[in-house]
Write a protein that binds this ligand. Structure first.
Ligand code: FNR
Length: 190
């Protein structure tokens, strides 16, 4: 029996700050992924300028083209984001606006999973549904379930060690990564 090649997932982080709980969640993912999945982290979206069509006309900024190429080359993208004011952080919207203008449309047909963590009870659920709406226009194939929305995240994720101490949360995250791998494998079969 021939062994299937490993899948390559990349994480896109919607927070810029050093002590980000969502950054810790992203870092925890490789240890929770199926054995045949490698997970790498994309660069910071903080390197992107504010979207401006005049800058675009002069040439896409390098951080945008580099991230676009990494997304294009990946089997799937996991967007890990905080919720800001019941929605998506402006920096993430800005990054998606830039990437959406790239001529090679990196998100078109790309399998995507979404995760969010918050000190609040709902775990960023409202931001996830705004993000899903944006990803429709980008023509991404967003995984429906399981949803990973981690409430009271500070009690479940250690920001220093990037370890998720809550077993139920670990299981949810693992099952989502497994579902994403199944989605990717299903599309590439034959
Ligand atoms: C927040 N926070 C927040 N949390 C939430 O659950 N729903 C919300 O609507 C908001 N709104 C909000 C707006 C702004 C401007 C800030 C700075 C914060 C709290 C937020 O979830 C918390 O700060 C997280 O720790 C941010 O994620 P990172 O940076 O730790 O990953």
């Amino acid at each position: 029996m021939t062994q299937q090649p490993h899948l390559r997932f990349v994480t896109l982080l919607g927070s810029l700050r050093q002590g980000s709980i969502n950054g810790a969640l992203a870092k925890a993912l490789p240890a929770l992924a199926p054995a045949d999945v490698n997970i790498e982290h994309l660069g910071s979206i903080g390197e992107f300028p504010h979207y401006d069509a005049d800058i675009q006309s002069a040439g896409f900024p390098t951080p945008v083209t580099v991230m676009g190429a990494s997304i294009l080359a990946a089997d799937a993208v996991i967007i890990v984001l905080p919720e800001y004011n019941y929605s998506v952080p402006g920096v993430l919207k800005n990054a998606l606006d830039w990437i959406s203008r790239l001529p090679n449309t990196p998100f078109a047909g790309k399998p995507v999973a979404i995760q969010s963590a918050s000190p609040g009870a709902l775990g960023g659920a409202r931001a996830q549904y705004h993000l899903r709406q944006m990803l429709v226009f980008l023509d991404a194939h967003v995984l429906n379930k399981p949803e990973v929305m981690i409430g009271q995240a500070a009690t479940k994720i250690d920001v220093q060690t990037s370890v998720i101490s809550d077993v139920t949360t670990c299981n949810f995250v693992s099952s989502q990564l497994e579902a994403l791998a199944i989605l990717v494998r299903g599309r590439t079969r034959n």
